[in-house]
Design a protein around this ligand. Structure first.
Ligand code: FMN
Length: 418
């Protein structure tokens, strides 16, 4: 799905981060880190794919890994406001490789090296300097930085962020220019906007944004005042795509709005000419929707495999429960009373313990390894030694069987829907 860019600019793996991971590792004799060439994303990698949209809460680490396993080309993380990450402490779980950026009382954000080659970190900002500082904090763990220019919620727009940037193009573009200048070439910079009420104004804005040097532009085909239930104005996108192509910079235009899955993405690309399509609520309902044949059985496949992996990654139970509660699917061989019992078990538990009855044996590690295998199989060019090492079982004379109880990976900030 991802066009290969083998042979393009490469960089050497971040030795410091490997060493810091090693210093947390239980391995008795750490191997010397290899100097490995790592390919990076270009605008071409934002083309011909179906992407997981940024989603606060619903776009948690297990959802992103699940989406990658089932065919998402790239995955966006939930928006994190610039200031929120500035003083976070980066902690690596020595067993799972999960990286947490911990605030005072909780993790602001968690990621895993296996997703890094496909992972776009989204910033909420109205200040070029803060945006750059925030990007610098996380850049060793991400492949791209995206600026949220579409969130219409007052908590975002009141401080000039999100959709407020659409009517403040000087600040919007200053942030993108600053990010592009500050980030090394292997980190892409992109933006996600909404439509302006007038098409002419939208094209003017798009022209300015494209000229900042970004690699990709996602257009959520709704205006700031439109709600999710209003049909996305996909009919307006073709002119925008043609316009961007006419600028000749090779930038990817990604459609966002009302796509339900891989098949539907083909229809939307035909309709709009967009290079790629991005899915939010479809993936919130079923993170395997990127597959030609998504998982459809809720109780026997989708929920158990998600929960097992989330537990292995020590994902905060409240967050896992929330994500699973959003899933929709068929109830195969599950009559009404069985469905009710299933929900009662899920809702009744305060943690992962006690769920064996509905998720089967606790072999979340196997689920995770399978995901690692599938992600690695799809695009070897993007796989760095660092990610493989982090995903590999930790060699030890006394192999740990579970994540230590003091591992911090609590729930990211709940900012609600946008
Ligand atoms: C639960 C939820 C959280 C969201 N969080 C973000 C976010 O952090 N950043 C962002 O740019 N958009 C966010 N959005 C908007 C989506 O990325 C997307 O633009 C919107 O839902 C339209 O796509 P869809 O029709 O596929 O749902 C969120 C949407 C949902 C449903």
């Amino acid at each position: 799905m991802l066009p290969s860019s083998c042979g393009k600019t490469t960089r050497v793996a971040n030795i410091t981060s490997i060493m810091s991971r090693r210093s947390h590792s239980r391995s008795p004799s750490p191997r010397a880190p290899k100097r490995t060439k790592i390919d990076h994303l270009t605008s071409e990698d934002f083309k011909n794919g179906v992407m997981l949209a940024p989603m606060v809460r619903s776009g948690a680490l297990p959802t992103r890994l699940f989406a990658l396993k089932h065919g998402a080309a790239l995955v966006w993380g939930p928006e994190i406001v610039d200031k929120a990450i500035l003083h976070a402490e980066r902690v690596v779980d020595p067993i799972t490789g999960v990286i947490s950026y911990n605030g005072k009382s909780r993790a602001m954000f968690t990621t895993h090296p296996i997703e890094k080659p496909y992972f776009i970190y989204q910033i909420g900002s109205s200040d070029p300097e803060l945006a750059v500082q925030a990007a610098r904090v996380v850049m060793q763990d991400v492949s791209g930085i995206d600026l949220n220019c579409g969130c219409p919620k007052p908590f975002s727009t009141h401080s000039g962020m999100g959709a407020a940037l659409l009517t403040n193009p000087d600040v919007l573009c200053a942030i993108l220019v600053a990010l592009r200048a500050a980030m090394p070439p292997e980190i892409t910079v992109s933006a996600k906007i909404r439509l302006l009420p007038s098409q002419a104004d939208t094209l003017k804005l798009v022209e300015r944004i494209v000229n900042t040097g970004i690699s990709a532009l996602t257009v959520h085909c709704r205006t700031r005042t439109m709600r999710d239930k209003d049909a996305a104005l996909v009919g307006r996108l073709r002119e925008i795509v043609d316009f961007v192509e006419g600028m000749g910079r090779g930038i990817a235009v990604i459609e966002n709005g009302d796509c339900t899955g891989a098949e539907d993405a083909k229809r939307i690309r035909d309709l709009t000419g967009a290079h790629s399509v991005m899915i939010a609520r479809g993936a919130e309902s079923n993170p395997s929707c990127f597959a030609p044949v998504p998982l459809s059985d809720l109780e026997k496949t989708l929920c158990p495999s998600y929960i097992r992996m989330a537990r292995y990654l020590d994902n905060h139970w409240g967050l896992t429960k929330f994500c699973v509660s959003q899933f929709k699917g068929k109830h195969v061989d599950f009559d009404k009373p069985a469905q009710k019992h299933y929900r009662q078990v899920l809702n009744g538990t305060k943690g992962y313990d006690g769920l064996e009855e509905i998720v089967g044996a606790w072999t979340g590690e196997d689920d995770f390894r399978e995901i690692v295998k599938m992600i690695e199989a799809r695009a070897p060019r993007l796989h760095c030694e660092e990610a493989r090492e982090a995903a590999a079982p930790v060699p030890s004379e006394d192999p740990p069987t579970s994540t230590p109880s003091d591992t911090a990976n609590p729930e990211p900030p709940s900012l609600g829907r946008r």
